[in-house]
Design a protein around this ligand. Structure first.
Ligand SMILES: Nc1nc(=O)c2c([nH]1)NC[C@@H]1CN(c3ccc(C(=O)N[C@@H](CCC(=O)O)C(=O)O)cc3)C=[N+]21
Length: 291
């Protein structure tokens, strides 16, 4: 079994991005500038946003953290989005999800300027991806594609089974794995809560991408020998022995499944760090787009 090491791969990519930033600055250009909007102080969201801001610093980007109260109205948040849309200093920005119940996420995403939408959530970018046009690809699927690429994982003609049809992971990664390019050209099966004979389908997977948010959902008895496993799950489980008070559990029973897999991502240290570096890549692209 070979580990698909998201920490090492993302570090390599960060070094490449940092080099490129220095090149831009040396030639009189401006440092890419990412803004992140954080509404409320939900534990996981704070952790992820802080990791994004820290990653920006590491590669030499500018960053701005916009912290807002979780009692903010939809109108007030739309006004913040408008400010960032119109701020020439900001190359790209994200609004960390999930948002409080009084806010319609779709309305917020629609309000973001597509050329600053480094999350790739705006319908224009979703449509561009579907049509194979240039645009922003969401960070988690982009990170998975990059990881498969860096490990030279064969994907052409393979059966890729995706578990979960969310708009930010399952649906876009299914689309990308079916594209007529490398990594891609897979025969994709997109599974969800209504799928019948799920175990049989999973057992026929050459590549399995699990994004259902159910800890240890995929067990060793469900996969075939030599499978390539990408675990997108990041469920927090209370663990008093940890300094943080929790540990992170993937959708895949790593101890069992890694006995049969040819390649597998660990959790943590797999898809998560690749997500963050993909956001950096999108921000660099947004900054370049204007020059
Ligand atoms: N607008 C928006 N854009 C997002 O990209 C977005 C979002 N909302 N909402 C939530 C999800 C989740 N997400 C992660 C980012 C990094 C790690 C990550 O770095 N994980 C580490 C562990 C971090 C930890 O300690 O919790 C790892 O897997 O090794 C995980 C998950 C981005 N998301």
């Amino acid at each position: 079994m070979i580990l698909l090491d998201g920490i090492k791969t993302s570090q390599d990519l960060r070094n490449e991005i940092a080099e490129e930033v220095e090149h831009i600055v040396k030639n009189g250009g401006k440092r890419p500038h990412l803004a992140a909007v954080l509404v409320g102080n939900n534990g996981a969201s704070v952790t992820y946003v802080n990791a994004k801001i820290k990653a920006c610093e590491e590669v030499g980007f500018k960053s701005t953290l916009v912290k807002l109260s979780d009692t903010i109205s939809e109108g007030e948040l739309l006004a913040e989005v408008k400010k960032l849309n119109e701020d020439p200093e900001i190359d790209g920005f994200i609004v960390q999800l999930p948002l409080p119940v009084q806010i319609d996420e779709k309305k917020i995403i629609l309000a973001i300027r597509p050329d600053k939408d480094v999350d790739g959530f705006h319908p224009e970018n979703v449509g561009r991806m579907a049509l194979g046009m240039s645009g922003f690809v969401p960070a988690t699927p982009a990170g998975i594609i990059e990881l498969l690429d860096r490990y030279n994982i064969e994907t052409g003609g393979k059966h890729c089974v995706v578990l979960g049809r969310s708009h930010i992971v399952g649906q876009p990664i299914a689309m990308l794995m079916a594209r007529n390019t490398y990594p891609g050209n897979s025969t994709v099966t997109l599974c969800h809560s209504h799928t019948r004979n799920l175990t049989d389908i999973i057992r026929s997977a050459d590549i399995l991408i699990a994004a259902v948010g159910r800890p240890n959902f995929v067990t060793a008895d469900m996969v075939k020998d030599g499978v390539v496993v990408v675990d997108v799950g990041i469920t927090r489980i209370v663990d008093k022995t940890k300094k943080s008070g929790y540990r992170i559990v993937g959708d895949v029973d790593f101890n069992g499944v890694s006995q049969k897999a040819a390649f597998i991502t660990p959790v943590p240290g797999g898809v998560g760090p690749m997500t963050i570096v993909s956001l950096l890549k999108n921000t660099l692209k947004a900054a370049r787009g204007k020059s």
